[in-house]
Design a protein around this ligand. Structure first.
Ligand code: ADP
Ligand code: MG
Length: 569
């Protein structure tokens, strides 16, 4: 028998790495520090790509969007307590958006944490993570690492995807195990997101409702984009002839310039439709909860909803035909009902949408073509709309207030999963994390269109972009502030609460790290600078000077800003 020294040993570090690799994890996003510094080094040594960020929230956002793009859980690795909390915002955001992600955090010693004896970065992380994610696990023994990682992966991917927290106390990493026993303890997750077929009766019910429609409408959400059932979704839309709307991150599932797109006639389509097929889109605030002014009189609509999460049904209004299952299977089932007996929607309905759409597009066109200086949002976006039309496989990341609201409508998308934005929470700060992961996961050029305020939440990651030499072109719509750059402190003491340093030169930030910085003041200059960046693949930041008076305040259309009665006196 071999002596202790001769026996082949493994430890917690290597078991974590082996478990991730066994399950096809190729990239980790994180910030190094105690107690996971060596884990990162060893990951790199063992061939896992490690992308080290400057702040955990950005690493977490990167992991989340990697999950959306690949259907595999994106991994974020952080230190204990503060690093964990920074990553937790991204984990909660991933869960809200239904993106599969695993936040792995090192943590302090259980014995000391539980007795609250004041350990280094002491915090009961598992308890804190639990209400903010889909599932949370802690591994105390090296022989349980395999099952812990497997449970985290399955929890993140199966059913409605979401964020999972995996707590790995510092002591675990050094625990030693016989190598053979260690290898046997690893678990490969078989079929992490199994197909879930809709019940035949539910399919029949849905087809009956759909066949009774006079003015049907399909709404595609980011769940449909996530599902990667692109061909079946397109076939269902085209064979049925039903007009469609695409939610922001679903844009490009079918090209926005598709003849059946009702995008530019959104209000009319929502108001007048009588049967609405929701495909991976929730009736949350982004769809005015499926009721009210936008949707017309109560009871004037029937909803067919496809979702993998049964609890989503009837969340806001009655769902006449719930279709619970994975989007691929559900859409296939509906597609087979679009047979010889199917009657396409009337020309009256599709014609009304087309007429409205053509009128709106024509109205917008002149605003997009102005070659003005200073630029306003529309003239700057006109240039970027052309960039994406010419480079449909580029990935567009978008956040801001006006920069988001207007870009969503103006910039047409042509391919699935090319538009990444603020999602369900409308959160600012996803920009650089999303841009980095998009470049790393897809190898495609990335165009990040950022409000100057939005950029500030993750701006330090321009160093990360330069360090990894990623093909990311950031365009900052710089209007000197949030919404506008014109607010004043009524007392005259300080700058207004929503303004920044005037005429700031964000392009200089990029130059500090060896990237390309460009300052532009006209749409032509903007277009030229973006083209050059996208052709060269060099990390680039373009400071696009926008008229500080051009923006409008967001939150007012949906009455999201509370009003002070006293102020109005
Ligand atoms: P959007 O904001 O674009 O409207 P939402 O995030 O509101 O999209 O809705 C996405 C929906 O898609 C969620 O309710 C989620 O449960 C569902 N979903 C995600 N993946 C799948 C899938 N593979 N099959 C079915 N439904 C899915
Ligand atoms: Mg601004």
């Amino acid at each position: 028998a071999a002596t202790e020294e001769e026996r082949d040993l493994t430890d917690g570090f290597h078991l974590v790495i082996d478990a991730l690799k066994l399950n096809g994890i190729e990239t980790i996003y994180g910030v190094p520090g105690i107690p996971i510094t060596d884990l990162g080094r060893m990951c790199q040594e063992e061939g896992i790509r490690v992308v080290s960020f400057r702040h955990e929230q950005n690493a977490g956002n990167a992991a989340a969007i990697a999950g959306f793009l690949t259907k595999k859980p994106g991994i974020c690795l952080t230190v204990s307590a503060p690093g964990f909390l920074n990553g937790l915002t991204a984990l909660a955001n991933a869960t809200t958006n239904c993106f599969p992600m695993i936040l792995i955090s090192g943590s302090s010693e259980r014995e000391i944490v539980d007795l609250q004896q004041g350990d280094y970065e002491e915090m009961d992380q598992l308890a804190i993570a639990k209400p903010l994610c889909k599932a949370a696990f802690r591994v105390l023994h090296a022989e349980d690492i395999g099952i812990g990682v497997a449970r985290a992966i399955r929890a993140a991917c199966s059913g409605r995807p979401g964020g999972v927290y995996l707590d790995l106390p510092a002591k675990l990493f050094g625990q030693v195990l016989d190598a053979e026993k260690g290898a046997q303890s690893l678990v490969k997750v078989i079929d992490p997101a199994p197909e879930q077929l809709p019940a035949p009766a539910a399919v029949k019910r849905a087809m009956d409702v759909l066949k009774g429609a006079k003015k049907p409408l399909i709404i595609l959400g980011k769940g449909a984009a996530y599902a990667q059932a692109d061909d079946d979704i397109r076939a269902f839309v085209e064979k049925s002839g039903i007009p469609f709307l695409q939610m922001s991150m679903a844009k490009g599932l079918l090209p926005d310039n598709h003849p059946q797109s009702a995008g530019a006639a959104r209000s009319l389509a929502l108001l007048e439709s009588d049967v609405v097929v929701l495909v991976g889109a929730r009736l949350n605030w982004l769809l005015s909860h499926g009721k009210g002014k936008q949707w017309g009189p109560a009871g004037s609509k029937k909803f067919i909803q496809i979702d993998i999460e049964p609890k989503e049904m009837d969340s806001n209004v009655e769902i006449a035909a719930p279709l619970v299952g994975d989007i691929g299977s559900c859409v296939k089932a509906l597609l087979s009902g679009i047979d010889g007996k199917w009657e396409a929607p009337s020309a009256e309905w599709t014609g009304a949408i087309s007429a409205k759409k053509d009128a709106n597009i024509a109205k917008m066109a002149s605003r997009l073509m102005k070659n003005s200086s200073p630029m306003d949002f529309h003239s700057a976006l006109g240039a970027l709309k052309t960039v994406i039309a010419e480079r449909p496989d580029a990935i567009l990341v978008n956040e801001g207030a006006n920069t988001l609201d207007l870009a969503r409508g103006v910039i047409d998308m042509y391919q699935p999963r090319k538009r990444l934005d603020v999602g369900t929470w409308g959160v600012m700060g996803i920009g650089m994390g999303f841009a980095i992961a998009a470049a790393v996961e897809t190898g495609k050029p990335v165009l990040a269109v950022e409000g100057d305020s939005a950029f500030g939440f993750s701006g330090m990651e321009v160093e990360t972009i330069c360090r990894y030499n990623l093909p990311v072109c950031i365009v900052i719509f710089n209007n000197n502030g949030i919404y506008r750059g014109t607010d004043k402190d009524p007392t005259g003491r300080d700058p207004g609460t929503t303004v920044f340093v005037e005429n700031a030169r964000y392009d200089k930030m990029m130059e500090a790290f060896g990237g390309v910085g460009v300052n532009v003041t006209t749409p032509d200059e903007l277009k030229r600078a973006v083209d050059e960046a996208m052709d060269s693949g060099k990390p680039t930041l373009i400071n696009a000077v926008i008229d500080p008076a051009a923006g409008s305040e967001s939150g007012n259309i949906g009455s999201l800003n509370p009003q002070s009665v006293v102020k109005k006196k």
